[in-house]
Design a protein around this ligand. Structure first.
Ligand code: NAD
Length: 411
């Protein structure tokens, strides 16, 4: 990812639009957010000192419906990052066929430096001071630095302000507080469903070898499902290092090992490699599921996989992608591969609005249907415009958003 993530997303918008001849007015409208909110949260800390936090919320574009998505609480948050994330969510929702626009928000703060009480007060104050919000306008969810626990605080604060229950106003809540089942496993499961479809289309062998960087929520859930389905997971890495076994790793046992030791490192029967080596092992499918910008112009030529499923956001840089494209490596972009959580969040809103809560099987089956359709549409657009899956996904999204803008009379 370049220094300015918003510039990067605008560059992808420009290129996708050129490939498909998208109406320049669609590009113009999508080059700027609809609404940007920047505000301060003054708060008395436990020691009595007054601290002033900067907070943001960007409602990027709502042609397809109310805006929604996460709240990031990190010390180095800036407005351009929030704008880029809001823009990505606009595209991701459109790719996934979710009738919603994209929003993102956050607070410039380090949760590790706050007491539990300070953190709760900060999160509640964020909701109180957020000028525009609600189930039919903009729905904050979780992101880095927030969790089901913060989302329960947000919901409680919102409902206190309004004086009535409104579970559809906040996303990523615990199931016990009108949330949805399946939100924990949504992204890894969605990535697995898409991988299955692409493997079929590319004619990759049954039992294809898989390498996974990142064994957290996303990597672990995808790994478990792939392993259970007969794929051979040969390498796994986390922040502490990597492991490799050409014979295949028993992922269920690996989960037990990680639960006990905190890392994949030293899993019996595997050899030790670095977490960056995981990206270069002999395999057919690579899942970068940790952080952004891990495949660059420096290591792209050494990647042996034929298929890269972008589980993390932006794991392949544009320079790395150019090298991989030249070598015929297929990349399934983040906006499609990891849109499972966005899909299940939209199910959460539907359940909250209808006061009807689904069992896990129903959630996952609806996720499978929705994400498979998103992949098929992306593949069709890529074929029609003779381009990559990345631009296929963006073109699919821009087509839907553009049509909505035209019907609304915006352009
Ligand atoms: P997580 O915190 O649960 O796990 C992250 C994993 O990556 C851990 O195994 C960690 O050890 C490893 N890791 C962290 N830094 C690393 C580094 N520098 N090098 C190698 N490994 C490293 O996170 P997650 O929820 O699994 O998310 C993984 C990625 O997917 C993130 O980029 C996130 O933004 C993206 N994503 C997550 C979701 C979701 O629903 N959780 C949705 C969309 C996108």
């Amino acid at each position: 990812m370049s220094a300015n993530p918003f510039e990067t997303s605008l560059a992808t918008l420009k290129k996708a639009s050129e490939i498909a001849g998208v109406d320049p007015n669609v590009v113009k409208m999508l080059s700027q957010p609809k609404r940007v909110m920047e505000f301060t949260i003054p708060m008395k800390m436990d020691n009595g000192e007054l601290q002033i936090f900067t907070a943001y919320r960007v409602q990027y574009n709502d042609a397809l419906g109310q805006t929604k998505d996460g709240t990031r609480v990190v010390p180095d948050l800036d407005l351009d990052t929030v704008k880029a994330l809001g823009f990505w969510m606009t595209i991701k929702h459109a790719v996934a066929g979710i009738p919603a626009g994209g929003g993102k928000g956050g607070i410039k703060a380090d949760p590790r430096e706050l007491s539990e009480g300070e953190y709760e007060r900060l999160i509640r104050a964020y909701i109180r001071k957020l000028p525009v919000k609600g189930a039919w306008v903009d729905i904050p969810g979780a992101d880095i630095g927030t969790s089901a626990k913060t989302q329960a605080w947000m919901l409680d604060e919102y409902e206190e302000i309004m004086g009535f229950h409104s579970p559809a106003a906040i996303n990523d809540k615990p199931a016990e507080v009108n949330g949805t089942l399946g939100s924990t496993e949504a992204t890894g499961t969605g990535a697995y469903y898409v991988t299955k479809e692409v493997v079929k289309d590319l004619g990759l062998p049954a039992g294809a070898r898989v390498a996974i960087q990142g064994f957290g929520n996303v990597g672990r859930n995808a790994a478990l499902l792939l392993h259970k389905d007969g794929f051979k997971v040969v390498a796994v890495g986390d922040i502490y290092g990597g492991i490799y076994s050409p014979e295949g790793i028993d992922v269920e046992k690996l989960v037990e090992h990680v639960n006990k030791t905190g890392s994949v490192v030293d899993f019996p029967g595997t050899s030790k490699i670095s977490t960056m080596d995981v990206l270069e092992v002999d395999c057919e499918i690579l899942l970068p599921a940790a952080v952004q910008s891990v495949i660059t112009e420096k290591n792209a030529a050494k990647v042996k996989a034929k298929l890269i499923m972008e589980c993390a956001n932006g794991p392949v840089t544009p320079e790395g992608e150019a090298i991989l494209e030249e070598r015929g490596v297929t990349i399934v972009p983040d906006v499609l591969t990891n849109c499972g959580s966005a899909i299940v969040c939209s199910f959460e809103r539907t359940q909250g609005l209808t006061d009807t809560y689904w069992d896990l099987e129903t959630v996952l089956e609806k996720l499978r249907e929705r994400i498979t359709k998103a992949y098929r549409e992306t593949a069709e657009a890529a074929k029609k415009y003779n381009t990559t899956y990345r631009y296929g996904a963006w073109i699919n999204a821009l087509t839907k958003i553009g049509k909505a803008m035209k019907f609304r009379g915006w352009i």
